[in-house]
Write a protein that binds this ligand. Sequence first.
Ligand code: B12
Ligand code: SF4
Length: 462
Amino acid sequence: MRPDGNEVTVKVLLISANPERVPNPVFPIGMSYVARSLEPDHDVRLWDCIVDGEDGLPLAIRDFQPDLVGLSLRNVDTQRPDGRVFLGDYRRVTDLVRQATLAPLVLGGSAFTLFPERYVAELGADFGIAGEGEHLRLLVDALAAGVTLDEADGGRGVPGLVRPGRATTPLRKWAGPVGHAGASTRLVAAYEACGGMLNLQTKRGCSLRCCYCTYPLVEGRRLRRHDVESLVDEVERLRDDGARYLFFVDSVFNLDLAHTTALAKALIRRDVKMPWAAFIAPHRVTPAYARLLRAAGLTHAELGTESLSDPVLAAYGKPFRVRDVVAAHAALGAAGVHRAHFLLFGGPGETRATVEETLATSATLPDSVFFPCMTLRVYPGTPLHRRAVAEGVVRADDSLFDPVFYCSPAIDPAWLKARLAEEAGRRPNFVLDDASEEMAGLVLRARARGRVVGPMWEFLCR
Ligand code: B12
Ligand code: SF4
């Protein structure tokens, strides 16, 4: 007998519909974490559209005969003004599912959480779960027990549940275990073989308030830390399944110094020998902290620097200033960690002078690579959204599902584009989007041949 008092096993097929391979194929961690919440009480199978393709999906569905199908939607678009949107890809997968089964279709994932009602309507889904998808467990248990979804979880309902024509259920935090599913083992090796990168999350949430950012909307503002020893167990399990490199996918890895210090010490004490990368804020990175992270396996720091001009950092809502970036850069470099700075040009407060300041300062940071992005994707519910409406850049009733990009009124986008292209032409470590797409191809081929692990942008560092 299970804790919910039920013995009925529900057959659940989870599908990762993400087709994106740039900058590299990312392991479908969201789908894997959802599957973990269903194991071992329910029968879960995973399908990944990158490693399994789409052609065999209808046959796999007819073979498994699922009671429920869950579709994981990671990206809405590439967040680039000239990039792709993924709705067409998701529609194709949904059509294949609907042709093969009458089982209810549930949507979830970060893309879904940003535009829940819209995706349910566009894809004609039965349900969606915004936020933490582990709550699918409550929906599946309700199905197994034959109770309505409003009666699920002792009458509290399923948090974040979206149903056509019904109000969305309020979000609650998932209190159960978090991590990769046993069912994901097959995909670990497959991702290693196709040049993808494995991943793990050490906590959820971001308490900061950068003006353009959706992360606190997707994960919440309050930090929820995962247990350190269990995380190291997961690293060991992924290593044993064939993972050779990991990305810690926290919105910002170093938001909580005490938790990450404890994790680093546990990785060292248990001698797991797994190299890893993470998003690091260039903020409060002391030489000792950088050395500790390096000793724990950090090889690549992806720095959310965004600008090297103090007025722009202030307008973006960043808690750090240029001097902090310089200090973090030096500390990580001295510890032997590769550094990539991600820059966002053209946001609030940007002028030609601040663009030039960022470019000039970036040229003084040695042994690193810069990935600039031009103009900021506007997301609903962010301070940037309110500003864009006030400045007449977007209509108040625009859902922003179709991407809209904000450019500071003090900047001509054509000038900015030309100026960044000029810089990229002069400096091989200043890498524009089209070059990073090209690089993604090279990385995939080299990784798939097993020659290198990790993000590989260190070869661009100058
Ligand atoms: C880490 C990260 C990266 C890393 C990934 C490294 C790696 N090896 O994994 C890197 C830097 C490579 C990256 C790249 C990109 N990323 Co990114 N990334 C993230 C980040 C910070 C975390 C993602 C993550 O792994 N979360 C942890 C897992 C456990 O959470 P999850 O996937 O959301 O899953 C949970 C729920 O969504 C839900 N769920 C998931 N699936 C399902 C299925 C069902 C049925 C249900 C019910 C629920 C459910 O339950 C899960 C568990 O709680 C998010 C922002 C964020 N904080 O969420 C952006 C984010 C996902 N990225 C985003 C984007 C756009 C991209 C890029 C397209 C950017 C670019 N142009 O290069 C690429 C695409 C890469 C690819 N191949 O798909 C966007 C997507 C939104 C959008 N506009 O499309 C996000 C949301 C950031 C944002 N701006 O809001 N990214
Ligand atoms: S940009 Fe980074 S630090 Fe700022 S709110 Fe988003 S996740 Fe947090």
